[in-house]
Design a protein around this ligand. Structure first.
Ligand SMILES: Cc1cc2nc3c(=O)[nH]c(=O)nc-3n(C[C@H](O)[C@H](O)[C@H](O)COP(=O)(O)OP(=O)(O)OC[C@H]3O[C@@H](n4cnc5c(N)ncnc54)[C@H](O)[C@@H]3O)c2cc1C
Length: 292
Protein backbone atom coordinates (compact mmCIF):
# COMPACT_ATOMS: atom_id res chain seq x y z
CA UNK A 1 0.00 0.00 0.00
CA UNK A 2 1.37 3.37 -1.03
CA UNK A 3 0.70 6.53 0.94
CA UNK A 4 0.53 9.24 -1.71
CA UNK A 5 0.50 13.01 -1.46
CA UNK A 6 -1.72 15.53 -3.22
CA UNK A 7 -4.27 13.18 -4.84
CA UNK A 8 -7.27 15.21 -6.04
CA UNK A 9 -10.47 14.11 -4.36
CA UNK A 10 -12.74 15.36 -7.17
CA UNK A 11 -12.04 11.93 -8.74
CA UNK A 12 -13.73 10.29 -5.79
CA UNK A 13 -16.90 12.36 -5.40
CA UNK A 14 -20.06 11.91 -7.45
CA UNK A 15 -20.38 15.73 -7.64
CA UNK A 16 -16.93 15.84 -9.25
CA UNK A 17 -15.47 18.66 -7.15
CA UNK A 18 -12.92 18.88 -4.34
CA UNK A 19 -9.21 19.62 -3.92
CA UNK A 20 -6.28 17.38 -2.99
CA UNK A 21 -5.76 15.30 0.14
CA UNK A 22 -2.50 15.92 2.06
CA UNK A 23 -2.13 12.09 2.12
CA UNK A 24 -4.13 9.36 0.43
CA UNK A 25 -4.05 5.56 0.76
CA UNK A 26 -6.13 2.57 -0.31
CA UNK A 27 -5.73 -0.16 2.31
CA UNK A 28 -6.84 -3.61 1.12
CA UNK A 29 -6.77 -5.48 4.44
CA UNK A 30 -7.14 -4.87 8.17
CA UNK A 31 -3.34 -5.03 8.52
CA UNK A 32 -2.82 -2.37 5.83
CA UNK A 33 -5.49 -0.23 7.46
CA UNK A 34 -3.63 -0.48 10.77
CA UNK A 35 -0.42 0.67 9.04
CA UNK A 36 -2.25 3.68 7.56
CA UNK A 37 -3.81 4.62 10.90
CA UNK A 38 -0.40 4.34 12.63
CA UNK A 39 1.09 6.60 9.95
CA UNK A 40 -1.59 9.23 10.60
CA UNK A 41 -0.96 8.95 14.33
CA UNK A 42 2.78 9.51 13.85
CA UNK A 43 2.09 12.55 11.64
CA UNK A 44 -0.54 13.79 14.12
CA UNK A 45 -2.89 13.98 11.11
CA UNK A 46 -6.66 13.53 11.10
CA UNK A 47 -8.17 10.63 9.12
CA UNK A 48 -11.27 10.56 6.94
CA UNK A 49 -12.64 7.82 4.70
CA UNK A 50 -14.13 8.38 1.29
CA UNK A 51 -16.61 5.73 0.18
CA UNK A 52 -18.16 6.35 -3.23
CA UNK A 53 -18.24 10.08 -2.43
CA UNK A 54 -21.99 10.17 -3.04
CA UNK A 55 -22.79 12.26 0.03
CA UNK A 56 -19.66 14.34 0.13
CA UNK A 57 -18.53 17.89 -0.63
CA UNK A 58 -14.77 18.37 -0.30
CA UNK A 59 -13.18 21.82 0.08
CA UNK A 60 -11.78 23.13 -3.22
CA UNK A 61 -8.50 24.03 -1.44
CA UNK A 62 -8.11 20.41 -0.34
CA UNK A 63 -7.92 18.79 3.09
CA UNK A 64 -5.03 18.49 5.52
CA UNK A 65 -5.86 14.86 6.34
CA UNK A 66 -4.99 11.28 5.53
CA UNK A 67 -7.89 10.23 3.30
CA UNK A 68 -8.54 6.49 3.00
CA UNK A 69 -10.39 4.64 0.26
CA UNK A 70 -11.03 1.06 1.37
CA UNK A 71 -10.28 -1.58 -1.27
CA UNK A 72 -9.60 -5.33 -1.67
CA UNK A 73 -11.06 -7.45 1.10
CA UNK A 74 -12.27 -4.27 2.83
CA UNK A 75 -14.56 -3.66 -0.16
CA UNK A 76 -15.87 -7.22 -0.61
CA UNK A 77 -19.14 -8.82 0.49
CA UNK A 78 -20.35 -12.37 1.10
CA UNK A 79 -23.66 -13.84 2.21
CA UNK A 80 -23.97 -16.96 4.31
CA UNK A 81 -26.40 -18.43 6.88
CA UNK A 82 -28.77 -15.46 6.74
CA UNK A 83 -25.93 -13.04 7.34
CA UNK A 84 -24.46 -10.60 4.84
CA UNK A 85 -20.90 -9.66 5.75
CA UNK A 86 -19.72 -6.60 3.88
CA UNK A 87 -16.51 -4.58 4.03
CA UNK A 88 -16.88 -0.90 4.84
CA UNK A 89 -15.78 -0.10 1.28
CA UNK A 90 -18.22 -2.51 -0.40
CA UNK A 91 -20.63 -0.70 -2.73
CA UNK A 92 -24.29 -1.25 -1.78
CA UNK A 93 -24.81 -2.63 -5.30
CA UNK A 94 -22.25 -5.40 -4.66
CA UNK A 95 -23.70 -6.22 -1.25
CA UNK A 96 -27.22 -6.33 -2.68
CA UNK A 97 -26.06 -8.56 -5.54
CA UNK A 98 -24.54 -11.04 -3.05
CA UNK A 99 -27.68 -10.98 -0.91
CA UNK A 100 -29.93 -11.60 -3.90
CA UNK A 101 -27.78 -14.48 -5.16
CA UNK A 102 -28.02 -16.07 -1.68
CA UNK A 103 -31.81 -15.53 -1.56
CA UNK A 104 -31.59 -12.99 1.26
CA UNK A 105 -34.05 -10.09 1.34
CA UNK A 106 -34.34 -6.92 3.43
CA UNK A 107 -31.60 -4.83 1.79
CA UNK A 108 -33.59 -3.98 -1.36
CA UNK A 109 -34.16 -0.39 -0.15
CA UNK A 110 -30.45 0.28 -0.78
CA UNK A 111 -30.69 -0.40 -4.52
CA UNK A 112 -30.93 3.30 -5.34
CA UNK A 113 -28.38 4.52 -2.78
CA UNK A 114 -25.14 4.85 -4.76
CA UNK A 115 -22.74 4.54 -1.80
CA UNK A 116 -20.83 2.00 0.26
CA UNK A 117 -21.73 0.06 3.38
CA UNK A 118 -19.38 2.27 5.45
CA UNK A 119 -20.93 5.47 4.10
CA UNK A 120 -24.36 3.97 4.79
CA UNK A 121 -23.52 3.19 8.41
CA UNK A 122 -22.03 6.69 8.84
CA UNK A 123 -25.35 8.34 8.07
CA UNK A 124 -27.81 5.48 8.58
CA UNK A 125 -28.69 5.61 4.89
CA UNK A 126 -32.21 4.75 3.92
CA UNK A 127 -34.90 4.94 1.27
CA UNK A 128 -38.44 3.75 0.63
CA UNK A 129 -39.19 3.12 4.31
CA UNK A 130 -36.03 1.05 4.91
CA UNK A 131 -32.79 2.12 6.58
CA UNK A 132 -29.57 0.47 7.64
CA UNK A 133 -30.46 0.44 11.34
CA UNK A 134 -33.27 -2.05 10.55
CA UNK A 135 -30.88 -4.70 9.23
CA UNK A 136 -27.60 -3.94 10.98
CA UNK A 137 -26.33 -6.63 13.36
CA UNK A 138 -22.96 -5.24 14.40
CA UNK A 139 -20.16 -3.16 12.93
CA UNK A 140 -16.38 -3.53 13.18
CA UNK A 141 -14.79 -0.12 13.70
CA UNK A 142 -11.07 0.66 13.60
CA UNK A 143 -9.23 3.60 15.15
CA UNK A 144 -5.55 4.28 15.80
CA UNK A 145 -6.06 2.46 19.13
CA UNK A 146 -7.34 -0.81 17.58
CA UNK A 147 -10.58 -2.42 16.41
CA UNK A 148 -13.82 -3.32 18.13
CA UNK A 149 -17.40 -4.36 17.34
CA UNK A 150 -20.18 -1.84 17.94
CA UNK A 151 -23.93 -2.53 18.15
CA UNK A 152 -26.49 -0.27 16.42
CA UNK A 153 -27.29 1.13 19.88
CA UNK A 154 -23.66 2.08 20.43
CA UNK A 155 -23.58 3.70 16.98
CA UNK A 156 -26.51 5.93 18.01
CA UNK A 157 -28.33 5.52 14.70
CA UNK A 158 -31.24 7.83 14.00
CA UNK A 159 -32.61 9.61 10.91
CA UNK A 160 -29.52 10.06 8.64
CA UNK A 161 -27.24 10.11 11.67
CA UNK A 162 -24.71 8.03 13.59
CA UNK A 163 -22.31 8.93 16.38
CA UNK A 164 -19.29 8.03 14.21
CA UNK A 165 -16.57 10.66 13.92
CA UNK A 166 -13.64 11.04 11.53
CA UNK A 167 -10.83 8.78 12.70
CA UNK A 168 -13.29 5.89 13.20
CA UNK A 169 -13.25 3.60 10.18
CA UNK A 170 -16.09 1.19 9.41
CA UNK A 171 -14.14 -1.94 8.49
CA UNK A 172 -17.00 -4.42 8.21
CA UNK A 173 -20.72 -4.66 8.86
CA UNK A 174 -22.94 -7.69 9.46
CA UNK A 175 -26.46 -7.37 8.10
CA UNK A 176 -29.22 -9.68 9.34
CA UNK A 177 -31.47 -10.51 6.40
CA UNK A 178 -34.34 -12.93 5.79
CA UNK A 179 -35.07 -15.56 3.15
CA UNK A 180 -36.60 -14.18 -0.03
CA UNK A 181 -36.60 -15.68 -3.54
CA UNK A 182 -34.08 -13.91 -5.82
CA UNK A 183 -36.79 -13.24 -8.49
CA UNK A 184 -38.87 -11.41 -5.88
CA UNK A 185 -35.86 -9.28 -4.86
CA UNK A 186 -35.16 -8.51 -8.51
CA UNK A 187 -38.76 -7.38 -9.09
CA UNK A 188 -38.76 -5.09 -6.04
CA UNK A 189 -35.43 -3.55 -7.11
CA UNK A 190 -36.76 -2.93 -10.62
CA UNK A 191 -39.83 -1.13 -9.26
CA UNK A 192 -37.83 1.01 -6.80
CA UNK A 193 -35.27 1.99 -9.45
CA UNK A 194 -38.05 3.05 -11.83
CA UNK A 195 -39.63 5.19 -9.08
CA UNK A 196 -36.25 6.79 -8.38
CA UNK A 197 -35.59 7.56 -12.03
CA UNK A 198 -38.96 9.26 -12.40
CA UNK A 199 -38.46 11.55 -9.38
CA UNK A 200 -34.74 12.40 -9.21
CA UNK A 201 -31.97 13.67 -11.53
CA UNK A 202 -30.23 10.27 -11.65
CA UNK A 203 -28.36 11.12 -14.86
CA UNK A 204 -26.66 14.23 -13.39
CA UNK A 205 -23.64 14.67 -11.10
CA UNK A 206 -25.11 15.31 -7.63
CA UNK A 207 -24.40 14.39 -4.01
CA UNK A 208 -27.88 13.11 -3.23
CA UNK A 209 -30.24 14.96 -0.92
CA UNK A 210 -28.78 18.31 0.07
CA UNK A 211 -30.89 18.82 3.22
CA UNK A 212 -32.54 16.46 5.69
CA UNK A 213 -36.30 16.61 5.61
CA UNK A 214 -37.48 19.04 8.31
CA UNK A 215 -40.29 18.34 10.79
CA UNK A 216 -42.82 20.12 8.57
CA UNK A 217 -45.67 19.13 6.28
CA UNK A 218 -43.42 19.96 3.30
CA UNK A 219 -40.30 17.95 2.48
CA UNK A 220 -37.07 19.94 1.94
CA UNK A 221 -37.49 19.49 -1.83
CA UNK A 222 -41.10 20.72 -1.91
CA UNK A 223 -40.20 23.67 0.34
CA UNK A 224 -37.32 24.81 -1.91
CA UNK A 225 -39.48 24.30 -4.98
CA UNK A 226 -42.16 26.54 -3.41
CA UNK A 227 -39.42 29.14 -2.77
CA UNK A 228 -38.94 29.24 -6.55
CA UNK A 229 -35.41 27.84 -6.40
CA UNK A 230 -35.61 25.11 -9.05
CA UNK A 231 -32.97 25.89 -11.68
CA UNK A 232 -31.29 28.60 -9.53
CA UNK A 233 -27.60 28.70 -10.38
CA UNK A 234 -24.36 29.93 -8.80
CA UNK A 235 -21.14 29.38 -10.75
CA UNK A 236 -21.24 25.84 -12.16
CA UNK A 237 -23.77 24.53 -9.63
CA UNK A 238 -27.52 24.49 -10.14
CA UNK A 239 -30.51 23.51 -8.03
CA UNK A 240 -31.96 20.63 -10.00
CA UNK A 241 -34.88 21.62 -12.24
CA UNK A 242 -36.22 18.10 -11.56
CA UNK A 243 -35.99 17.93 -7.75
CA UNK A 244 -35.16 21.00 -5.65
CA UNK A 245 -33.36 19.05 -2.89
CA UNK A 246 -30.59 18.13 -5.35
CA UNK A 247 -27.72 20.31 -6.60
CA UNK A 248 -26.30 19.40 -9.98
CA UNK A 249 -22.80 20.01 -11.25
CA UNK A 250 -24.04 21.75 -14.39
CA UNK A 251 -20.64 22.90 -15.67
CA UNK A 252 -17.32 22.70 -13.83
CA UNK A 253 -18.87 23.43 -10.44
CA UNK A 254 -16.68 23.97 -7.40
CA UNK A 255 -17.72 22.82 -3.95
CA UNK A 256 -17.87 26.50 -2.96
CA UNK A 257 -20.58 27.05 -5.63
CA UNK A 258 -22.69 24.29 -4.07
CA UNK A 259 -22.20 25.70 -0.57
CA UNK A 260 -23.22 29.18 -1.79
CA UNK A 261 -26.41 27.70 -3.28
CA UNK A 262 -27.08 25.84 -0.02
CA UNK A 263 -26.74 29.13 1.89
CA UNK A 264 -29.31 30.80 -0.41
CA UNK A 265 -31.68 27.83 -0.04
CA UNK A 266 -31.44 27.84 3.78
CA UNK A 267 -32.04 31.59 3.94
CA UNK A 268 -35.08 31.41 1.67
CA UNK A 269 -36.62 28.45 3.55
CA UNK A 270 -36.06 30.31 6.81
CA UNK A 271 -37.62 33.55 5.52
CA UNK A 272 -40.63 31.84 3.94
CA UNK A 273 -41.32 29.00 6.39
CA UNK A 274 -39.33 29.79 9.55
CA UNK A 275 -37.58 26.45 9.09
CA UNK A 276 -33.84 25.91 9.66
CA UNK A 277 -32.83 23.33 7.08
CA UNK A 278 -29.96 21.06 8.19
CA UNK A 279 -27.62 19.68 5.58
CA UNK A 280 -27.54 15.95 4.90
CA UNK A 281 -24.41 16.12 2.73
CA UNK A 282 -21.11 15.76 4.61
CA UNK A 283 -18.72 18.71 4.35
CA UNK A 284 -15.03 17.77 4.42
CA UNK A 285 -12.33 20.38 4.98
CA UNK A 286 -12.77 24.11 5.36
CA UNK A 287 -16.38 24.36 4.16
CA UNK A 288 -19.15 25.87 6.25
CA UNK A 289 -22.59 27.38 5.85
CA UNK A 290 -23.05 30.92 7.15
CA UNK A 291 -25.36 31.26 10.17
CA UNK A 292 -28.95 32.25 9.38
C1 LIG B 1 -28.30 10.17 -6.90
C2 LIG B 1 -28.15 9.94 -5.41
C3 LIG B 1 -29.20 9.41 -4.70
C4 LIG B 1 -29.07 9.20 -3.32
N1 LIG B 1 -30.14 8.68 -2.63
C5 LIG B 1 -30.01 8.44 -1.30
C6 LIG B 1 -31.10 7.85 -0.57
O1 LIG B 1 -32.15 7.53 -1.10
N2 LIG B 1 -30.94 7.63 0.75
C7 LIG B 1 -29.78 7.95 1.40
O2 LIG B 1 -29.69 7.71 2.62
N3 LIG B 1 -28.74 8.52 0.74
C8 LIG B 1 -28.83 8.76 -0.58
N4 LIG B 1 -27.79 9.33 -1.27
C9 LIG B 1 -26.59 9.77 -0.54
C10 LIG B 1 -25.49 8.72 -0.43
O3 LIG B 1 -25.54 7.80 -1.50
C11 LIG B 1 -25.54 7.97 0.89
O4 LIG B 1 -25.41 8.86 1.98
C12 LIG B 1 -24.44 6.93 1.01
O5 LIG B 1 -24.69 6.14 2.16
C13 LIG B 1 -23.05 7.55 1.12
O6 LIG B 1 -22.11 6.51 0.99
P1 LIG B 1 -20.68 6.79 0.37
O7 LIG B 1 -19.93 5.51 0.43
O8 LIG B 1 -20.79 7.41 -0.98
O9 LIG B 1 -20.10 7.80 1.44
P2 LIG B 1 -19.26 9.13 1.12
O10 LIG B 1 -20.12 10.11 0.45
O11 LIG B 1 -17.98 8.77 0.49
O12 LIG B 1 -18.98 9.61 2.62
C14 LIG B 1 -20.05 10.07 3.43
C15 LIG B 1 -19.57 10.11 4.89
O13 LIG B 1 -19.35 8.78 5.33
C16 LIG B 1 -18.02 8.62 5.80
N5 LIG B 1 -17.57 7.28 5.44
C17 LIG B 1 -17.65 6.67 4.24
N6 LIG B 1 -17.17 5.40 4.33
C18 LIG B 1 -16.76 5.24 5.60
C19 LIG B 1 -16.16 4.16 6.31
N7 LIG B 1 -15.86 2.99 5.75
N8 LIG B 1 -15.86 4.35 7.64
C20 LIG B 1 -16.13 5.54 8.25
N9 LIG B 1 -16.69 6.58 7.62
C21 LIG B 1 -17.02 6.43 6.32
C22 LIG B 1 -17.22 9.72 5.08
O14 LIG B 1 -16.04 10.06 5.76
C23 LIG B 1 -18.23 10.86 5.05
O15 LIG B 1 -18.24 11.55 6.27
C24 LIG B 1 -27.87 9.54 -2.65
C25 LIG B 1 -26.81 10.08 -3.40
C26 LIG B 1 -26.94 10.28 -4.76
C27 LIG B 1 -25.77 10.84 -5.53
Amino acid sequence: MKIEEGIRLSRFTTFGAGGPARWFASPESVDELAVALRFANEQEAGVAVVGLGSNLLVADEGVDLLVLKLAGELAAAEARDGLLRAGGGAPNAVALHRARAAGLGGFEFACAIPGTIGGGVWMNAGAYGGELSQVLGRVLVATAEGTGWLTPGELGLSYRHSNLRHGQVVVEAELRLHSRPPEEIKAVVRTLNAQRKAAQPTNRRTFGSVFKNPKHELSAGRMLEACGLKGHRIGGAQISPKHANFIENADGARSADAVALMAVARRRAHEQYGVELRHEVELLGDLALPPL
